[in-house]
Design a protein. Structure first.
Length: 560
């Protein structure tokens, strides 16, 4: 390989003065020939802490073999992962969004230190995926993202199950709709093996968004975790990064404003997670692309929801895989003029060139509907403003719960208190649950509210109760919910001064979240408000709270 393909590794291993470095590398398997090859890191997020990532060590080996077969030298290293699903509803969940930054920082640290000429990242759970891509954007070295793949659905009495089935079963159990035995059966069957949570939750949403950005090989986002297709995807990614090094194609050549518009379009068409707003803003920030929450409104006005996938729909991600994955949907959107076909991708070709031979979905399926008969004619992700969210917020409105809600505030300063009130029957039809001091700074860490929202659904109150928060939501959340309220309560945002009994309205058509108090009363309450003592004063959560930006800016920690 030419010296131009070894821009960084040559600084580490070339010349007599680099003999100590070569000596160290010989101990981990390098030989004389390897020192002449491009060195390619493989950032594995393998861990046994969660089924989402328990198989990724095997995928990393496939990637390494692909790199080596294409003339490079692959080196596997690891970074952390945490599990949202396991920590949900606990104090530990505050570390979830923080882990995105830790993962990005750790990958950047290893690649930058070791002098790798390119790299492949493999993510399998909600936060390690954007963490991987943020690192790719920061470092701007030739690189490819590989998705670890979706889990297969569980099954009980002929009904498909996934992790959200268990969360909602908790609410049903509290409402005496199911007994202890049934809850145990659901718990025991819902998660049958490796792979990411099986609906269009955050992992599958972000995998699809990253492919639409152009950073993954075609259909990497829509493959089962344990499959021949995923193994081939990994091997091909290893080969692809060598081509990118040869052609000097880097992430910021791919991550243009048009690419982000493509990703937003795909997230909406799939009915994807609200977390995509947060993560795409953060990735754009790392790539120095000017993206704002208002871009989601602009693109959402012309983009229909087409996929009938959980949590709002009925099908699992495995069904999308079964009918052909993401590429037929990309072709549909491209043909309808909803995607920019001239965007470069990690294949070295444009999106349109990748899709020339893309198949159509089978005629007799209803997982993805035609653009002419959409599930919803515009976006389910609604950016709301108003006197409760002057800096913006993100609502998830499928249309099934209605387009407006007006009710009585029931205010909680922590997620646990709200969950207890839902489960014990305190929350009733007509209530607007307000969960505050759960923002990026106030939580800190901006916990997901899957436990409360699932309990609401399990209690049968999905159409009768709304929930607003300065925290965020799991991709598994559905119902009448508004999150990411900015400014957050800890920063003195209006959500901090809402009182029990206040009237709150949510209007998805006008994109407004309104506290029905006159301005004088609101201003008097704001003047009386004092910031609470930070919940953490040492350690990673305290550092995060001191550096993180607002949710409307992606909750990033590497400010310019």
């Amino acid at each position: 390989m030419s010296s131009s393909t070894r821009e960084f590794s040559s600084q580490v291993v070339d010349g007599a003065d680099r003999a100590p470095s070569r000596a160290m590398l010989r101990a981990v398997g390098f030989n004389d020939t390897d020192f002449t090859k491009p060195q390619v890191g493989v950032a594995s997020t393998w861990a046994m802490v969660t089924p989402c990532n328990m198989h990724i060590n095997h995928l990393a080996v496939e990637v390494e073999q692909g790199i080596n077969s294409a003339g490079g030298k692959g080196i596997i290293f690891n970074t952390i992962t945490i599990s949202d699903g396991i920590s949900m509803g606990t104090e530990g969940m505050k570390y979830s969004l923080v882990s995105r930054e830790v993962i990005a920082d750790s990958i950047e640290t290893v690649i930058g230190c070791q002098g790798y000429d390119g790299f492949v990242t493999i993510g399998g759970c909600d936060k390690n995926m954007p963490g991987c891509v943020i690192a790719m954007a920061r470092l701007n070295r030739p690189s490819v993202f590989v998705y670890g793949g979706t889990i297969m659905p569980g099954c009980l009495n002929g009904k498909s199950l996934d992790v959200v089935s268990v969360f909602e079963a908790v609410g049903a159990h509290a409402n005496l709709k199911i007994d202890d035995s049934t809850l145990h059966e659901i718990e025991s069957c819902a998660i049958p093996g490796p792979g990411s949570c099986g609906g269009m939750y955050t992992a599958n949403t972000m995998a699809s968004a990253i492919e639409a950005l152009g950073l993954s090989l075609p259909n990497s986002s829509a493959q089962a975790a344990i499959s021949d297709a995923k193994r081939k995807d990994c091997h091909s990614a290893g080969e692809a990064v060598l081509r990118l090094i040869e052609k000097n194609i880097r992430p910021r050549d791919i991550l243009t404003k048009k690419a982000f518009e493509n990703a937003i379009t795909v997230v909406i068409a799939l009915g994807g997670s609200t977390n995509a707003v947060l993560h795409l803003l953060a990735i754009a920030h790392a790539a120095e692309v000017d993206l704002s929450i208002d871009d989601f409104t602009r693109i959402g006005a012309r983009t229909p929801v087409l996929a009938d996938l959980r949590p709002s729909g009925k099908y699992s991600m495995a069904k999308l895989v079964e009918i052909g994955g993401l590429t037929p949907l990309l072709k549909m959107l491209l043909d309808a003029g909803l995607l920019h076909g001239d965007c470069l991708t990690v294949t070295g070709k444009t999106l349109a060139e990748n899709l020339v031979d893309a198949p159509h979905y089978p005629i007799n399926q209803d997982v993805v509907v035609p653009i002419s008969t959409p599930i919803k004619k515009n976006s389910h992700l609604v950016i709301c403003y108003g006197n409760l969210a002057p800096g913006g917020s993100v609502a998830k409105i499928s249309g099934k719960e209605g387009l407006s809600f007006k009710g009585t505030a029931r205010v909680f300063d922590a997620e646990e208190d709200a969950l207890a009130a839902i489960l014990n029957g305190t929350i009733a039809a007509g209530d607007v649950i307000v969960i505050r001091y759960e923002g990026p700074k106030g939580g800190p860490g901006m916990r997901e509210m899957l436990s409360p929202t699932s309990a609401v659904m399990g209690k049968g109150l999905g159409k009768d109760v709304a929930l607003i928060t300065d925290g965020r939501f799991s991709g598994g959340t559905h119902g009448f919910v508004v999150g990411h309220i900015t400014p957050e309560a800890f920063e003195g945002g209006p959500i901090a001064i809402v009182q029990d009994g206040d009237t709150i309205s949510i209007d998805a058509e006008k994109s407004q979240v309104t506290l029905h108090c006159d301005d004088t009363e609101i201003n008097q309450r704001l003047r009386r408000w004092t910031r609470p003592t930070p919940r953490y004063t040492r350690g990673v959560l305290a550092k995060y709270a001191q550096t993180v930006t607002s949710a409307s800016e992606g909750a990033v920690t590497d400010r310019f």
